[in-house]
Design a protein around this ligand. Structure first.
Ligand code: SF4
Ligand code: SF4
Length: 384
């Protein structure tokens, strides 16, 4: 049975970040535009259309959390504290090199943190409607998309044409397809790619400033993995297959994703913002570009939306497509929206899909690793 393995010359996420930092420094010195972003609701196409590079500012380690806690409450999501702490202490090169930040009012913690972040750098904060189906939700959100375009134009002293937005939509749709194809390699059984590699590669390639390079890297790796499946995996027994759901996992990749695989199961899919959540849903290239962008991002299945039935529908499809034997839900401390949704997620997974479910509530520290390992081991044993 295949074991947890990583490819030769595997680049870890911290290594990829370090390399990206050097690339970004060069771009900045050449006068390139850089915009910091946090969330899946961000209309990246407008940043692309402004000839700027988008960089992810989500904090993934706990080093800067004590600094953040001098201003933010301790019982707040680690992603929010880590992101703010890095900005506050000037230890995030990506925040440092960003000309401005494009943020959004998703959960309460994030939106209030952005108010403090605005004291450090120009933050354009998009107001998200509380639900996607509410009266005038789309109209409201479309106006917010327009306000991003206008702010980018004013900030950089440029004009963003519809033609340029259309080109950016086309390019990002191609990128979406390349990312989705890479994710879907893990639908093969047994999977020729570890979930740890998937999580790392997807997070690391978000730092590629050149999207054509990202597309060609992912296309090449996808083909290599498909060939590897034919040569070494096809017909062999599979380890238990796990689908991850819940909060973003970039900050707990080693603590949870890698550990699941070291303990004997394969992480084959992600129903979270580190997975194909928005990649499966391209932007309509036949419509007015601003309307198409607004419609697309309003469809994101995040727990900050109320109601959010699309998430269970996505889980339903992904459990089948990825042939999952069990679901592990990762809830970051004090994430109320995903925490509350976990009740219905558990019910759906165990009662409708009739497979086991485990919820892990954690943060970015290593203090609970032993306890997590014990729970994961028992869960995997149950699936074996
Ligand atoms: S989980 Fe929600 S708030 Fe967090 S990045 Fe995804 S869409 Fe944004
Ligand atoms: S994980 Fe939850 S609390 Fe943390 S930023 Fe995302 S939605 Fe907010």
């Amino acid at each position: 049975m295949p074991e947890f393995h990583l490819p030769e010359h595997f680049e870890t996420y911290p290594e990829a970040r370090k390399k990206a930092f050097l690339t970004l420094k060069e771009l900045k010195e050449q006068g390139h535009r850089i915009v910091g972003v946090f969330c899946t609701y961000t209309p990246w196409e407008l940043i692309e259309a402004a000839d700027a590079t988008a960089v992810i500012l989500c904090g993934v380690g706990d080093d800067a959390i004590p600094a953040a806690e001098t201003r933010l409450p301790q019982n707040l999501c680690p992603l929010i504290k880590a992101s703010y702490g890095l900005a506050l202490t000037d230890r995030c090169p990506f925040f440092y090199f960003s000309d401005m930040v494009l943020a959004e009012t998703t959960c309460d913690g994030k939106k209030k943190m952005y108010e403090l972040m605005s004291e450090l750098k120009h933050c354009h904060i998009m107001q998200l409607p509380p639900g996607k189906t509410g009266v005038k939700a789309l109209e409201f959100w479309k106006a917010e998309v327009v306000s991003v375009k206008e702010d980018l134009e004013q900030f950089y002293g440029i004009t963003i044409t519809d033609e340029r937005i259309r080109q950016a939509i086309h390019l990002r749709n191609r990128e979406r397809k390349a990312v989705l194809d890479f994710f879907e390699v893990a639908r093969l059984k047994p999977s020729p790619v570890s979930g740890y590699e998937i999580n790392t590669v997807i997070a690391a390639t978000d730092f590629y400033p050149n999207l054509e390079e990202k597309i060609s890297y992912l296309t090449r790796r996808t083909q290599e993995l498909k060939d590897l499946y034919e040569k070494e995996y096809k017909g062999k027994p599979s380890r238990p297959r796990i689908l991850i759901t819940g909060c973003p996992t970039n900050g707990v990749m080693d603590k949870i994703i890698r550990r699941i695989e070291e303990l004997g199961a394969d992480v084959v899919g992600f129903e979270n913002c580190c997975g194909p959540r928005e990649k499966k849903d391209p932007i309509d290239e036949t419509k007015d570009p601003i309307t198409a962008i607004a419609e697309k991002y309003l469809r994101v299945n995040c727990s900050v939306m109320s109601p959010n039935p699309g998430r269970l529908e996505a889980l339903d499809v992904q459990i089948d497509e990825y042939q999952a034997d069990g679901v592990v839900e990762v809830i970051l401390h004090a994430c109320h929206t995903f925490g509350i949704e976990s009740y219905n997620v558990k019910k759906f997974v165990t009662e409708e899909k009739k497979i086991p479910y485990l919820m892990i509530n954690t943060d970015y520290s290593s203090g609970d690793q032993a306890q997590i390992d014990t729970r994961l081991s028992a869960f995997i044993e149950m699936l074996s």
